[in-house]
Design a protein around this ligand. Structure first.
Ligand SMILES: [Zn+2]
Length: 241
């Protein structure tokens, strides 16, 4: 009788996984491929990524996971994911039937210029409205929710009375053509963890996916509040003098 105790416990289902699908196959709900699907559903339900708009990317060490273009966000599954090598920009996994996200060069900018762990892009109506109500930058101060956001250029988060400033760049016909303006804004506003795009939406990033999620939620709350404040004629930046 042949002893088989040294053999690894390869199951039949393991054998059916194509080689590169190993990158997106996991029972761990926190695996980037699974997490992107969960977050896409959550963001869809918030009205931030309807009609296939918007996108999410998560970095795990040197691999970046990116939701594809043109897939309904609430129906996303792990096999839809693109996986790219951050150093070489080569795809490690590329589903044949989908196009890579046009957001990819913008996500790469957040990874490479800010060492981000995740980047979120939404078409939130509050974000779009604020780009119509503000000129070069969105500004708000003296709102408790501001404390959820980081200072970036120094340790810790903003205080209640600090002013949150988010640059606004002009939209382009093609999403990828935003890259130059986004990179310029990242350089010019070193304390920003987000960039608004006029009549389009917002890009938000953070050192981890959970921080990016918190920042995105906190910023969207402030954007929505700012729209209401403007409607009521209340200045978004409080004069503390
Ligand atoms: Zn977009």
């Amino acid at each position: 009788m042949t002893c088989s105790c040294h053999e690894s416990k390869t199951t039949e289902s393991d054998l059916t996984i194509p080689e590169n699908d190993v990158l997106i196959t996991s029972n761990d709900p926190h695996h980037p491929a699974n997490l992107i699907c969960e977050l896409c559903k959550t963001f869809y339900n918030n009205g931030w990524v309807t009609g296939t708009g918007g996108g999410i990317s998560i970095r795990e060490e040197n691999n970046i996971y990116i939701a594809p273009s043109g897939v309904q966000k609430e129906r996303m599954v792990p096999t839809n994911m693109f996986v790219m090598d951050l150093k070489t920009h080569e795809y490690l996994r590329k589903p044949e039937v989908y196009k890579p996200s046009a957001c990819t060069p913008l996500f790469l900018s957040a990874y490479e210029m800010r060492d981000a762990g995740a980047c979120i892009h939404t078409h939130s109506q509050a974000a779009v409205m604020c780009t119509l109500l503000f000129d070069k930058v969105f500004e708000i101060s003296s709102i408790e929710q501001i404390k959820a956001l980081p200072k970036i250029t120094e340790a810790g988060n903003l205080w209640y009375s600090d002013k949150l400033v988010i640059p606004i760049i002009e939209n382009t016909e093609k999403e990828e053509d935003l890259t130059g303006a986004l990179q310029k804004a990242i350089i010019e506003y070193p304390s920003a963890t987000a960039v608004l795009v006029r009549r389009h939406g917002i890009y938000v990033w953070g050192p981890t996916v959970w921080k990016a999620k918190v920042y995105n939620e906190a910023i969207d709350y402030l954007l929505e509040l700012a729209v209401k404040m403007k409607q009521m004629g209340i200045p978004t930046v409080k004069n503390n003098s």
